[in-house]
Design a protein around this ligand. Structure first.
Ligand SMILES: Nc1ncnc2c1ncn2[C@@H]1O[C@H](COP(=O)(O)OP(=O)(O)O)[C@@H](O)[C@H]1O
Ligand SMILES: [Mg+2]
Length: 310
């Protein structure tokens, strides 16, 4: 469905996307997971033909994509982070407008508009003006517009950032439903749990590079025979993480927030008492220690050396 080969883009001295390659199968929901600045938006801008790569190629449904060439783009539905809707028009009229751009008219347009409103959970609100929608509902209308022409590949750029929980849930459910219907989806996010919940395969992106690609199981296997441990201290998580990171038997340690340190260790049974002793010796009070199943969080930490947080 999508073949991305050796994409590269630099902005001045900064390499934003550095030799990125991956493929998405027909019907697959694929996650591009990485922190802010990883290069996700730049990558998908090149996939959509909105930005010329310095190197590399994109093929969608057998058709090459390039800036200024329209043909391949009809296979793609692109939902950017910024809203592209008219606040004074109703949801339905917005979609009618976008539908016309794709040559959708009359009864075909009406029934397709009903369908997409239903998918994003806005059936009841379709006749209200978009300016009366919450931010999350506007984002959902944006998604409806992106899938109006029934693309084979829907690309969503961090669709749940900064919106209310109800809309977030509606968006996650809509994406899951599209996946079940067989649409191919490229979903970018910096939220681990969204990638885990929605995507069959995930590419972990950091500093412009894809560092690993696979199913959740395959990625977790990369952590190998290691355990994931979260240590909670009363305060001083940053200092605690530095102390633990140099301890032998600790593969990685990184402060997650004010109080938590995520660690990947060789063997939790051996390491737990040593972690506690090390911190106590450093004058840090340990509040709680938990051994966890390795998750994509642990994978991210293992591969990049930093946690994935806002
Ligand atoms: N038009 C641009 N000009 C200069 N630098 C840019 C531009 N677009 C993105 N960048 C830089 O490229 C890097 C990757 O950005 P981006 O692709 O937006 O990451 P993400 O979407 O993963 O947050 C960032 O360091 C960003 O500041
Ligand atoms: Mg982005």
């Amino acid at each position: 469905m999508l073949e991305v080969s050796h994409l590269r883009k630099r902005f001045g001295e900064m390499v934003a996307v550095d030799d990125v390659s991956f493929t998405i199968d027909a019907g697959e929901t694929f996650g591009l997971l990485g922190p802010n600045g990883a290069g996700k938006t730049t990558t998908i801008s090149m996939i959509c033909g909105l930005l010329e790569p310095d190197n590399g190629s994109v093929v969608v449904n057998g058709e090459p994509i390039s800036v200024g060439r329209r043909s391949g783009r009809r296979h793609i539905g692109y939902v950017p982070q910024e809203l592209a809707i008219y606040p004074d028009l109703s949801g339905r009229d917005n979609l009618r407008f976008f539908g016309r751009l794709y040559g959708l008219r009359g009864a075909a347009a009406r029934s397709r508009i009903d369908e997409v409103l239903h998918v994003v959970g806005l059936s009841e609100r379709g006749d209200d003006r978009a300016r009366e929608y919450s931010g999350g509902m506007q984002r959902r209308l944006n998604i409806a517009a992106g899938m109006l022409h029934n693309p084979s590949l829907l690309i969503l750029d961090e669709p749940t950032v900064g919106i209310d929980p109800q809309s977030r849930n509606a968006i996650l459910e809509a994406v899951a439903a599209l996946g079940r219907q067989g649409m191919s989806v490229l979903y970018t996010t910096h939220y681990m749990e969204e990638a885990e919940r929605l995507c069959q395969r995930v590419a972990i992106m950091d500093h412009g590079q894809v560092r690993a690609v696979g199913t959740r199981r395959e990625l977790i296997a990369l952590v190998g025979e290691h355990d994931a441990v979260t240590v909670m201290v009363v305060s001083g998580a940053e200092r605690a993480a530095r102390a633990l990171d140099t301890e032998s038997g600790v593969v990685r340690a990184s402060a997650a927030d004010g109080q938590c340190i995520d660690c990947v260790v060789d063997d939790a049974a051996v390491m737990l008492p040593r972690l506690v002793t090390r911190l106590t010796d450093a004058g840090l009070a340990v509040q709680n220690v938990q051994v966890r199943e390795p998750s994509l969080d642990a994978v991210f930490l293992h591969i990049t050396g930093t946690g994935l947080r806002d």
